[in-house]
Design a protein. Sequence first.
Length: 329
Amino acid sequence: MKNLFESGKPHYGRFKVVPQCIDIHDFHYISPFKRHITGLEKNLRFKSFQFISLNNSQYMVGLAVVDLGWVGHGFFYCYDRQSGKVLEKSFLQPFGQHTHVCNHQVGSSSFKKSSFLIEIKKTASGRMVKVRRGKHLLLDASIAIEDTEPLVLCSPTGASGWTYTHKQTALSVTGNLYFNQQAIDLKSQQFVAALDDTCGILRPETAWHWLSLSGVESTGQRLGLNLASGVNETFVSENSLWLNGKIFELPAVLFEQQAKNQWRVYSADGRVELSIETQWRRHESKNFGVVASQFNQWVSAISGRVGCQDKTVKIEAQPGLLEQHYARW
């Protein structure tokens, strides 16, 4: 697919390939009262972000470049599940200054605030990621995507909006993580990565739950999981399982908190039945009136089962991420 838009309207559905071009200027934005929305108002309503996670059995790394129009946001964290040590950096830029999110198939995204810098270079075969704080390199990673089928979809949102997402999980990664005064080789330490590129004219007030898992089983099989509730539920669903790079669609699920550190995620037909034990949490609560965000992202241990075609995939304490997010933007 060359362009997500045709005659000013987005293509809807699940796709096999990533669109080469996603340009908000190609979208004809019309309000429910048939008013054409253009210029600054259109740009402020357009939201886009790129999130990347990397993990093995010990470490969980998360980073993002976010452009919400009103504000730009960049964050990075590394959590050691064994020692409990955390490195976390998070910064805001008013009106998206020094914040750029590339929504095309190929290009560069970045966030800069003072001496903190995130750079993400997108190519047709993967991602090259660097995170710096002053002279200190925090992450230098290359992520390969060619051997994994992508989750690519666009769905109608609200009265006249749309949501696009491209996600991939259990991706191979090379490079180095710099944490706790040591250089950690991502390949030899068997790290895997997950990508989440999302953009669109989202609901001005929205809330969602999201679960992501990337892992390698004892048999050597690469296992990936993406589940969501509250987003992309019109016409298509982003719920998916990956086995050795092959993607399978899953049914709708419900996220249910059962105790402070315990969640259940399950489907009505019984195909998905997961128990989530939450650990360290990345948390932000900001209310600026016009925009507000209540964000929780837990490093988690995921167990349970997922029915896939004619077999059941069992999951035993695999590391992953559970997210609960409320936003007014």
